[in-house]
Unconditional design. Sequence first.
Length: 136
Amino acid sequence: MTYFEALLSGLPFFISHFFVTLLLLFFGVIIYILLTPIKEISLIKNGNVAAAISFSGALLGIGIPLASSLSVSNSLIEIFIWGVTAILIQLLCYKLTDTFLSDLGERINEGELATAILLFSIKISVSLVNAAAIVG
C-alpha cells in the first residue's frame, strides 16, 4: 500500500473524529456560556482581562480532555461519551469553585485578576486529571 492509499483510507476516519470533537468543543463552550452567570464574552469585548483568563481556562479545560479522548477513542460513540463527560466535569468544576469563592462572578466582572488566575488554574488542573483518567 502506498502512502497515498494509506492517507485516503484513513482520511474519513480522521475527518469524522476531528469534526465530532470540534463540535463537542463548540457545544461545550456554548453550554458553559449559557450556564455560568459570568458574561465573559461581553466582558472580554470590553477589555476585561480577568474574564479573558477565566474563559481561556474554560476553553482549555474542555479542550484538553477532548484531545485525550480523541487520541484513545476508536469510535465516534466513545468520543461523544468522553466528550460529554469532560464537559459535565468542567461545569461541575466551575460550580464547586463558585461555591468556595463567594461572589466569583462579581469578582470576574470587576476584573479581579487573582480570582481569574485561581479559577483558570483550577479548570486546567481538573481538565488534566480528567484527560489522564480518559487515557487510563
